[in-house]
Design a protein around this ligand. Structure first.
Ligand SMILES: [Zn+2]
Length: 101
């Protein structure tokens, strides 16, 4: 067993799939592909391009954060759905209310 519990033939199969179908996320065929693994179990999830591999790392390998980022990217103006600070007097601590559509 080699990297992430992969037999050599499994690794070669992943590379063949990457060459044929591209990155498991974005379908790019950049470079040789990187074995992406689940950090807790160290099990290989699939082969991704360098950019997606780094992106997953930047998003802390969190499906919740990635989903939140996807929702965020489809958002329009920053004012929509953004909590609005209510006007306060200087003595008040800032309070937050949800904007009304
Ligand atoms: Zn990719």
């Amino acid at each position: 067993m080699g990297l992430y519990g992969l037999a050599r033939t499994e690794y070669e199969q992943m590379q063949a799939i990457y060459r044929r179908d591209g990155c498991a996320i974005c379908k790019a065929r950049d470079g040789r592909g990187v074995v992406d693994h689940q950090h807790g179990t160290k099990r290989a999830r699939g082969m991704v391009c360098d950019r997606c591999n780094q992106g997953l790392g930047f998003f802390r390998d969190s499906a919740d954060i990635c989903a939140a980022a996807a929702r965020y990217l489809t958002r329009g103006d920053w004012r929509l759905g953004t909590p609005v600070l209510t006007p306060t007097t200087p003595a008040d601590a800032p309070t937050v209310r949800t904007s009304v559509k």
